[in-house]
Write a protein that binds this ligand. Sequence first.
Ligand code: DP6
Length: 397
Amino acid sequence: MASEKPQVMVTCTAPVNIAVIKYWGKRDEALILPINSSLSVTLHQDQLKTTTTAAISKDFTEDRIWLNGREEDVRQPRLQPLLLCLSARKGTAGDGDALPLSLSYKVHVASVNNFPTAAGLASSAAGYACLAYTLAQVYGVEGDLSEVARRGSGSACRSLYGGFVEWQMGKQADGTDSIAQQVAPEWHWPQLRVLVLVVSAEKKLTGSTVGMQTSVETSALLKFRAEAVVPARMTEMTRYIKERDFHGFAQLTMKDSNQFHATCLDTFPPISYLNDTSRRIIQLVHRFNAHHGQTKVAYTFDAGPNAVIFTLDDTVAEFVAAVRHSFPPTANGDKFLKGLQVIPSLLSDELKAALAMEPTPGGVQYIIATQVGPGPQVLDDPHVHLLGPDGLPQRVA
Ligand code: DP6
């Protein structure tokens, strides 16, 4: 018989993912089951991550959660199903030795992002993946956590793995076959680079959950997309990734982003996540590619105006220079570029002419340069815990 421990505390990190074949629409709202499969790229945690500490103790009197330093209500609708799903797994996790902790212990959770929340940067995906992963560590729950993470936010199940990840929609009514799995590991395509162009760090107007609900109810285009377009695109995108075919990958990424935003416009009342700067970025990418006579850069946009750009290492410096030229920083010029080091190259007069854009100062607030990265990690260093020994949030050095 295992003895009861007074307290267990675990800290983990989880990545942001960006879909190149988009998830938009549920066939089951309660279980969070999608109307189509989706595929994403996991971004590196050196630049974008959620860190979560979870602790259980016999001394805690209630479940509590702090997000980015602010206490939130644990009864919120996405948290409870996630916790319940985990409890169910906890109950079947194995024999008594695997479960040394009382199931009745209350849990404290603190979670922080190192990037703006709700700016269309998939913060909820990283957040719920991190929560599912950290709690699974605390309770000793093993195996696939897709279902647990998915209950928080659909796209979160794709943040459970590094590299390139698909979320298979599944067919079962109970969702047991609606799972995320890796298509290729993080080291598969070392030349691939990702630039997050932060257009607005403000909270979005229409959240994904409500937005996709209205789309499912009203958009015939979304139904067509899910049934007739996405299945073939999943196969194609997987092949492009496996073959490291940048042209194919980039073209399909842009087309799928555009189709997703078209379904938003086809929703009634319509939803628009892109703004003027987003549309200028789209134009910039197409003109940049046309100038080079090949697809060197791709864009994708989620439920917000920020652009995520895919390119290869030999093109980053020139494209960053093109962005800087089109959207000159108004203040903080030195902070315009964050993340991986990029030294913008000099733009040729031919390229400037080809871009043919009136500069929009301040349109892009800053760029985060990153790459493909690994899945969730357990941090072994006890100094990184976000909760103190008393189970309350503490400042991390
Ligand atoms: C546009 O996963 O945030 O980013 O399941 O309702 O929580 P819920 O939605 P969420 O939707 C993400 C939508 C998207 C596309 C994608 O990531 O595939």
